[in-house]
Write a protein that binds this ligand. Structure first.
Ligand code: ADP
Length: 199
């Protein structure tokens, strides 16, 4: 198994790179998706969050009210740590299950937006970072439906390009066209994946 950690700032193109790697046969494990799954309606994870933060963090239909929860933890570091302490172990356990279920000769790509912020670079054989300049990311995020102010605030709350680069084994530059990104993914695959020994 070859384990690749994929990260990059919001709007840099992680999901796009994940899809390109999946097309080439990688098993993609998406941390954001797992974080949603473990707090889905009816899960023990959601029940634990409600016990901790109160019934106001669920909507009438029984799903997590992310905006209400975000409002609680936004300005309260202790509350954020309590939330992380509930959710991170659930995400880690589900991630480990999905990785364990992949065949031994798989290329497993973990798409982890906060890989650098949470100090996980050492958990992978290779750390792949996707980059694009901030203004390009903001334009793309606005195209995806965020407001410009929200996009800038989210970028400011994340690690910098320099911090991510320091953790990277390979950096992909997604400031250009989707075709140029696909070429870089192919180069990465040929050089670092096809040639790599599988453990
Ligand atoms: P992330 O997963 O890192 O937040 P995405 O892969 O979702 O980023 O990309 C952010 C947005 O930009 C998406 O709408 C995506 O389709 C678009 N996008 C990604 N790469 C490019 C590119 N090279 N040119 C134009 N749009 C792009």
């Amino acid at each position: 198994m070859l384990r690749i950690g994929l990260t990059g700032g919001i709007g840099s193109g992680k999901s796009t790179v994940s899809a390109l790697l999946a097309e080439r046969g990688a098993v993609v494990v998406d941390a954001d998706r797992i974080a949603r799954e473990v707090l889905a309606p009816g899960t023990p994870g959601l029940a634990a969050v409600v016990t901790e933060f109160g019934p106001e963090v669920v909507t009438p239909d029984g799903s997590l009210d992310r905006a209400a929860l975000a409002a609680i933890v936004f300005s309260d570091d202790a509350a954020r740590r309590r939330l992380d302490g509930l959710v991170h172990p659930l995400v880690r356990r589900r991630t480990a299950e999905l990785v364990a279920a992949a065949p031994d000769d798989s290329v497993v790509v973990n798409d982890v937006p906060l890989l650098v912020e949470t100090g996980q670079a050492g958990s992978y054989d290779l750390v792949l970072v996707v980059e694009a300049d901030v203004e390009t990311r903001i334009t793309r995020l606005v195209g995806r439906g965020l407001t410009e102010a929200d996009a800038r605030a989210r970028i400011a709350a994340q690690a910098t390009d320099e911090q991510r680069r320091a953790a990277a084994d390979v950096v992909l530059d997604n400031s250009g066209t989707p075709e140029r990104l696909a070429e870089q993914v192919q180069e990465f695959w040929d050089r670092h994946v096809r040639g790599a020994s599988r453990r």
